[in-house]
Design a protein around this ligand. Structure first.
Ligand SMILES: *Cc1c(COP(=O)(O)O)cnc(C)c1O
Length: 436
């Protein structure tokens, strides 16, 4: 039977893959979870350690979706989405870094966004209308989503970003793709962008006419592909190794994907959640109390989250029991001073250039190994250091970070963006203009 999904807020009702992916958020305020998790025997057939990254990814998604997508189509989607590597780099005794930044937007969000884009394209392949994806961005998500949907048949993506409030590079990532990607430069803040997106979804006529959907980060289709690289990391370690995975975390999607991987048979001994001063989850692990609060800005800004959206999924996977959660996950948090020191320490002692998010992970790995000196650590390096050039050069000196070619090329491309006032009426008018 094909996979079904239920909402964490109402366990008895199920939706199919199409609804879970295109609706993204259940109306009851919960998050979608798979009704049946494939077990280890289903996913890890003998010889799995020799499978290519593409084969591994296909097999995992195939067990997870259970016949919701035909084999050939799923293979093609996975192959197109996961077309870059995730190498494991040894930086010291028992310390490994899993580089997740080799995709087009230089952050691990490419895995989820690229797969979701292709799956959405496939799910709507027989609909007579094009799918219109709306996304508001404060910086990074927009780049990953825009590049993921670029030239995906049957889809069109509209990215709203606040004028003058994203970095020059981020702006280029959004505004130079063209084709089915439209950038809207909103004269306002990120909150204005979110407000406009919300207004569009509430406008029933437009929402229906444009076949609107959102590329929200809690979409179950963005979560699953993040399980692939945990298995791939395991393949790159000596057999029989049960590593500790250290996950620099904000909304805790990445860590949740690791927990799903464990259910599917990933050899792992423990998870370590690494955060900056936005330490709501490490606090919960210590005290048993979950107390969300407004986020504070840090140099590892993709983790500046005060109410992690995937926390309910973590609870759900452990039957809502604190004692079961702490059996699997430990938490550490570090401030910006410690993070900067770690960037220098890693650079000076190993020669490895680690970005601020990975540096928080490195600190947590070191803290864990103080009590577990024989454990093999895998630190997820979530972004390329060139995305944080300012901080990196302050700690390591000018020229210390190599700029990847695809980033350097962006600077020369021409920006094309539609200018938009931060007013609902203006935005809705514009949207009616692109409706069929
Ligand atoms: C989004 C992001 C994170 C946080 O990942 P979550 O899945 O939200 O916990 C960490 N590092 C980087 C670079 C990111 O872009």
């Amino acid at each position: 039977m094909a996979q079904k999904f239920y909402s964490t807020a109402s366990a008895g009702r199920f939706v199919d893959l199409k609804q879970a992916v295109l609706r993204s958020l259940p109306s009851d305020g919960g998050l979608y979870m798979p009704a049946q998790m494939p077990g280890p025997d289903e996913v890890l057939k003998p010889g799995w350690r020799d499978w290519s990254f593409a084969e591994l990814s296909y097999r995992i998604s195939s067990s997870f979706f259970r016949g919701s997508v035909p084999e050939e189509d799923l293979r093609e989607m996975v192959g197109q989405a996961i077309n870059f590597d995730a190498p494991l780099v040894r930086i010291g005794d028992g310390m490994n870094v899993l580089e997740l930044f080799h995709g087009p937007s230089l952050a691990f969000k490419d895995f989820g966004a690229r797969f979701m884009a292709r799956l959405m394209g496939w799910l709507t392949r027989e609909d007579d209308r094009e799918l219109t994806v709306l996304v508001a961005t404060s910086g990074d998500t927009g780049g990953a989503v825009a590049s993921a949907f670029h030239r995906v048949k049957g889809t069109r993506v509209v990215v709203l970003y606040p004028s003058g409030k994203v970095s020059a590079l981020q702006e280029k990532q959004l505004t130079t793709l063209g084709d089915n990607v439209i950038a809207l430069e909103v004269r306002g803040t990120f909150d204005d962008c979110q407000r406009l997106v919300k207004a569009a979804f509430l406008h029933e006529h437009l929402s229906e006419n444009l076949n609107l959907t959102s590329a929200n980060s809690i979409n179950i289709a963005r979560l699953l592909p993040q399980a692939f690289y945990y298995f791939y990391a395991s393949q790159q370690l000596p057999e029989e190794t049960r590593p500790v995975f250290v996950v620099p975390s904000g909304n805790f999607g990445n860590l949740t994907a690791g927990l799903l991987a464990r259910r599917m048979g990933l050899p792992v001994s423990h998870f370590v959640a690494a955060t900056n001063v936005n330490d709501v989850v490490p606090n919960y692990l210590r005290s048993g109390h979950y107390e969300p609060r407004p986020s504070l800005p840090t140099i590892s800004n993709a983790m500046d989250v005060g109410a992690p959206s995937n926390f309910v999924r973590i609870l759900e996977l452990h039957g809502q029991e604190h004692s079961k959660v702490v059996d699997q996950i430990s938490g550490f948090h570090f401030d910006d001073c410690a993070t900067r020191e770690a960037i220098r320490e890693v650079g000076e002692t190993t020669g490895y250039v680690i970005d601020p998010h990975g540096a928080v992970g490195y600190l947590a790995a070191r803290a864990w190994r103080r009590d577990h000196p024989n454990d093999e650590m895998v630190i997820l390096e979530t972004a390329h250091p060139s995305k944080f050039l300012g901080v990196m050069e302050e700690e390591l000196g000018p020229g210390a970070v190599e700029i990847p070619e695809r980033l350097a090329c962006l600077a020369a491309r021409e920006k094309i963006a539609v200018q938009m006032a931060a007013e609902e009426s203006a935005f809705l008018d514009w949207l009616s203009g692109i409706a069929p």
